[in-house]
Design a protein around this ligand. Structure first.
Ligand SMILES: [Zn+2]
Length: 182
């Protein structure tokens, strides 16, 4: 029963997102198929996954910001003058961190990125556009000599691991061809 309640909460979340993006509304009966998705999770596993997804959904970028802040680095958020409006921009280090949702940006091999079997053509087209855009933005940023780290939402769960990773990316010396100041 609990699994059913959680799936129905997940339905609300998905529908909210869908509406916001002015896509056709998700029908509830679609969600009854969730336990039968391609990855064949048991209802218990599925509900555990939904719980993880929901808690991560709200927080991944906030976690990255908090860790970056605790490392004493200064950054700006969502700079619109850069390709793709990157999530965290560290101008003095000429570095960028992008925090990607695993489903929306198709994290390869990640459980959270598995595709619903229902309307799979629609989802494939939509998510592939996101991935193409990500790649184009990444190339454009590299072209402008920005060093970019992509952090997936599933990699933000363990703060200590996240901290080590961000420290190694952010605190390593700026290379001589970077045009960093400060
Ligand atoms: Zn992931």
């Amino acid at each position: 029963m609990r699994a059913i309640v959680e799936l129905s909460e997940a339905a609300h979340t998905i529908r909210r997102r869908t509406n916001r993006q002015r896509l056709p509304p998700v029908r509830y009966n679609v969600l009854w198929k969730v336990p039968c998705m391609a990855d064949h999770l048991t209802p218990e596993e599925r509900s555990a996954q939904m719980r993880r997804v929901r808690s991560r959904d709200t927080k991944p970028e906030m976690r990255v910001r908090r860790v970056a802040h605790s490392l004493g680095t200064r950054f700006r958020l969502h700079r619109r003058d850069l390709p793709g409006t990157p999530d965290l921009v560290f101008p003095a280090r000429r570095k960028i961190i992008q925090v990607h949702g695993c489903f929306w940006h198709r994290h390869e091999g990640c459980r959270s990125a598995r595709m619903p079997t229902d309307r799979s053509d629609y989802w494939n087209a939509k998510l592939n556009r996101n991935v193409e855009r990500d790649i184009a933005n990444l190339l454009a940023l590299k072209e402008l000599s920005w060093d970019v780290l992509v952090v997936w939402e599933c990699e933000t769960g363990n703060l200590e691991t996240l901290r080590r990773r961000l420290a190694s990316f952010l605190l390593k010396p700026v290379s001589s061809n970077d045009q960093a100041v400060g």
